[in-house]
Design a protein around this ligand. Structure first.
Ligand SMILES: O=c1ccn([C@H]2C[C@H](O)[C@@H](COP(=O)(O)O)O2)c(=O)[nH]1
Length: 332
């Protein structure tokens, strides 16, 4: 029995929200959360590049999505970086500094050169038909301390090369259908595309298996608003540039840190002059948009930076921060 295949994550996300909100199997109550739940929810994405739904009511934080996956790639677990983009994550850091479960970076990408990710790619390089390239995330005994607020939700990520394409399978013990699902699929499909480029193979399918797919009761109205939106034409999905390497990741993380710390501000022309592919310049532009939102005390985002974004990114920013748009200039 195989999971349904969706052309885009937009379609899969809507289908999951519909299933969990309208046809729940269970009502659960754990750790202060009341939820509607379906067990054993799985889907496959035919094109993992279509990773961002076009749903205005979701108010997707595309800046956070890029920040989270680059935070993973950095191999870090500090709340300082990721808490800048998602302040609510600070509450999950038991010691106020580090995230123990949400930080998949140290488990997948550290130490650099001998990480689970490095070893999985090395194995596939030598034995492309292998079915051993699985990277585990949740650790034995991780839930032993009932006071631990942050236990990894992802069990494992597996890569398989078949017919010259990298197929990715993710196994999760639990997934929040509104918030976590969107962020996790963004990150894991992005990591899949990065891995395929490092291996020099095509990008295959992405499959997501979740034991407990749930929707917290307070999120039900937002899920219903999302489901009530008219169908949107799929947004174009840009491919990660072929030359993307760990050096590219380091360059992007450099600009992320500069802008987060407020050490610099960038104009659209300055970003366009950076020795980065337009794909990665977009990510730097998003860091700059967020710097303006967080560091400039309520000022609108500059029209020139907004105009330099792709239409999809501009639309996502407009949905998320409508009160920070310039009063004149292009909005869509
Ligand atoms: O990557 C993540 C991390 C967390 N969660 C959600 C799932 C649960 O709703 C909640 C964690 O709560 P417990 O399962 O640990 O109680 O966070 C996700 O969906 N994805």
């Amino acid at each position: 029995m195989q999971p349904p295949v969706f052309a885009t994550f937009h379609d899969a996300y809507r289908a999951v929200l519909e299933l969990v909100s309208t046809h729940p199997q269970h009502e659960t109550s754990t750790r202060g959360n009341h939820s509607r739940e379906r067990l054993n929810v799985s889907f496959t994405l035919a094109d993992p590049r279509h990773r961002t739904p076009a749903l205005a009511a979701r108010r997707t934080n595309i800046v956070f999505n890029y920040a989270e996956v680059l935070w993973y790639l950095s191999g870090r677990d500090d709340v300082e970086m990721i808490g800048y983009y998602a302040p609510r994550l600070r509450t999950l850091a038991a010691d106020g500094r580090r995230l123990t479960g949400t930080a998949y970076g140290p488990r997948l990408f550290a130490p650099r050169g001998d990480s689970q990710f490095d070893r999985a790619l090395e194995l596939l390089g030598k034995d492309p038909d292998s079915k051993r390239a699985a990277m585990t995330i949740m650790r034995p005994g991780e839930f032993a301390d009932p006071a631990n607020p942050d236990v990894a939700c992802t069990l494992a990520v597996q890569f398989l090369i078949r017919a010259g394409h990298l197929h990715t399978v993710v196994f999760m013990r639990g997934n929040d259908a509104l918030i976590g699902l969107l962020c996790d699929v963004f990150s894991f499909t992005f990591l899949a595309e990065f891995a395929a480029l490092q291996l020099g193979v095509g990008l295959g399918t992405y499959t997501h298996h979740v034991a407990s797919m749930h929707l917290n009761t307070p999120d039900l109205p937002q899920a219903q608003a999302i489901l009530a939106e008219p169908a949107a034409p799929p947004a174009p999905a840009e491919a990660m540039p072929v030359g993307t390497t760990w050096t590219t990741v380091a360059q992007i993380l450099h600009w992320e840190e500069q802008l987060r710390a407020g050490r610099c501000a960038l104009t659209a022309a300055q970003v366009a002059a950076l020795p980065l592919e337009p794909y990665w310049q977009q990510v730097v532009l998003l860091w700059e948009v967020y710097r303006q939102i967080t560091h400039q005390g309520g000022q609108p985002i500059t029209a020139e930076v907004l105009a330099a974004l792709t239409p999809q990114h501009r639309w996502l920013i407009a949905c998320r921060w409508p009160d920070r748009l310039p009063s004149t200039g292009e909005r869509r």
